[in-house]
Ligand binder design. Sequence first.
Ligand code: SF4
Length: 323
Amino acid sequence: MSNQIKKYPIIEVNNLKTWFPIKRGVLSRTVGYIRAVDIAGLYINRGETLGLVGESGCGKTTFGRTLSGLEKPRTGEMFFYGKNILDLSRRELRELRKKMQIIFQDPLSSLNPRMNVLDIVTEGLAEFGKIEGTREDHAKRLMNEVGLDNDAIYRYPHEFSGGQRQRINIARAIALRPDFIICDEPVSALDVSVQAQVINLLMDLRDTYNLSYLFISHDLSVVSAISNRVAVMYLGRIVESGLTGDVINNSKHPYTKALINAVPEPGHYQKERIVLKGEMPSPSAPPSGCMFHTRCPEVMEICRKQEPKETMSGIHQVWCHLY
Ligand code: SF4
């Protein structure tokens, strides 16, 4: 895809806050909130992959779960093809499930061990009355699409390797011919040698079916391999976003630079050495001003007091007082 400027957004998010109440005492009073996600704006075009990257615990998985309806936001809007998901009726939400799917990190625990592959990958088709011919026909076609043998459909999840199990998860996700798939750390649990194969499969399927992905990962090198654009998340907020090449080769935010620095091949992306100090603060008590100021090697006085505003250069956005 050559143009990633907002054009045909399949997903659009505005002022989305997924906060979890902290309850205390016998009366279970709300004494605060864990501010897991706080996104001012984000979009994903049709056929585009947006990579969402950040350390573990930064809120990226909660954002994926919010988009897919597994978590309820406190406020905000989430549009799918221009319709606010939060306004949909139960029937409309059920229809949405056909068009939006999710692939989870752990390929084993996301598959029912008592079901064979045939039942797993055709369950959604049967539920929505989409079986034409036999379930076997559908299951075999799906096996072909994800690079598994036809006789895999008669076996159970424990009989496969991690990479094969993730292929089964992908087969289940594409069975209903969705337009949008949330890939939540889909290769993190796999051997490095298998990761590239699964990413190549996801890219092939994206090109064949014009799929859009939200690709969530803590690993910037994995995200950059598949994404058209990248958004970097810290403590629930986007701190930098742009075309993958711009964010990797011309990163602005000190946090992005630190993430790039953590990529195993030093100097592959850039030579500047920045090391992150300390732990990420708790999302229940985020720092004042810039949320990154407690760890930032370039912190200034203003950073402790004032939240940085968005600075834009083309579609490259950054939230930092340095710019
Ligand atoms: Fe660092 Fe200040 Fe920029 Fe935050 S605003 S990333 S503390 S320089």
